[in-house]
Write a protein that binds this ligand. Structure first.
Ligand code: HEC
Ligand code: HEC
Length: 215
């Protein structure tokens, strides 16, 4: 054992110590941010550094949304086919003008940890909502609202209760552009309790369907 140790070049023993010290003293050693991460700095003012949005519902959870869905949604805001005063400045700043930036941003966001808890509802309409979701929505959005990465169906699981509820109400009242037309009659047939409960059910599903974060 001693013989083996003494055969090792001195550098091999000193190097880890030097490395540890330099990591400790100089933050510059950390990985530089990827392009997607740098671009996301603009978004985190509203969507949060972890992509968890605002619990009371104005800005949605983005963490773990499928890449294809994000690309489409951002392109819709960029092209003005979907509008919201708060997202308009994203288009105005030309953050997502270049296709490769759009892809880098979507890739980064889709790999943010999707298992963090969202703001949930009261539980009052949970049974009715879960039933309505399974009957009316799960055929496309998946049994627990996990969506479909390949077909570009949005993940709804783990979204804030308030945001989901508002999206459905906005769609019923014709204020949600770029939602597949088949949503209209489906939403209109739901009772207020079912809408509340459906949003509640989905908001509680984050952990159940979260893929492992890739970074
Ligand atoms: C000033 C606040 C603000 C900033 C900054 C912002 N957003 Fe948003 N974002 C919002 C709000 C509010 C909504 C919800 C709009 C609605 O209700 O339709 C939204 C919606 C979205 C959606 C649609 C989500 C869904 O489920 O339909 C995506 C995707 C998105 N933002 C991505 C981004 C990205 C990427 C950035 C940075 C380049 C960004 N946002 C910057 C406030 C903001
Ligand atoms: C036939 C398939 C299908 C069915 C059934 C369906 N959806 Fe969707 N849904 C989609 C697709 C595809 C999108 C994304 C494209 C779009 O925005 O229309 C979407 C988008 C959404 C969005 C917007 C998500 C976002 O991030 O902005 C919500 C909310 C939603 N669906 C809720 C529901 C609910 C609730 C039901 C059941 C009452 C339902 N959907 C039924 C296919 C479907």
């Amino acid at each position: 054992m001693i013989a083996v140790m003494s055969d090792l070049p001195v550098r091999a023993c000193v190097f880890p110590v030097v490395l540890a010290l330099s990591l400790w003293t100089s933050p510059a050693v950390a990985d530089p941010p990827t392009r997607g991460e740098s671009l996301f700095a603009t978004c985190s003012a509203c969507h949060g550094a972890a992509g968890m949005g605002q619990p009371d519902g104005p800005a949605p959870v983005l963490a773990g949304q499928h890449e294809r869905v994000l690309i489409r949604q951002l392109a819709d805001y960029r092209d003005g086919t979907r509008w919201d005063p708060r997202m308009e400045h994203v288009a105005r700043l030309r953050i997502v003008e270049r296709p490769d930036d759009l892809v880098a941003l979507a890739a980064f966001v889709s790999h943010l940890d999707a298992s963090l808890p969202a703001a949930i509802g009261s539980g009052a309409g949970l049974d009715a909502g879960a039933r309505a979701f399974v009957m009316e929505c799960s055929v496309c959005h998946g049994a627990t609202g996990q969506g479909d990465a390949v077909r570009g169906v949005p993940r709804l699981a783990g979204q804030h209760h308030g945001y989901l509820k508002r999206q459905v109400q906005d769609a019923v009242e014709g204020r949600r552009p770029r939602l597949q037309a088949s949503h209209g009659p489906r939403f209109a047939a739901l009772t207020a309790l079912e809408i509340d409960g459906l949003a509640d059910y989905l908001s509680r599903n984050a952990r159940r369907v979260a893929p492992a974060p890739a970074r």
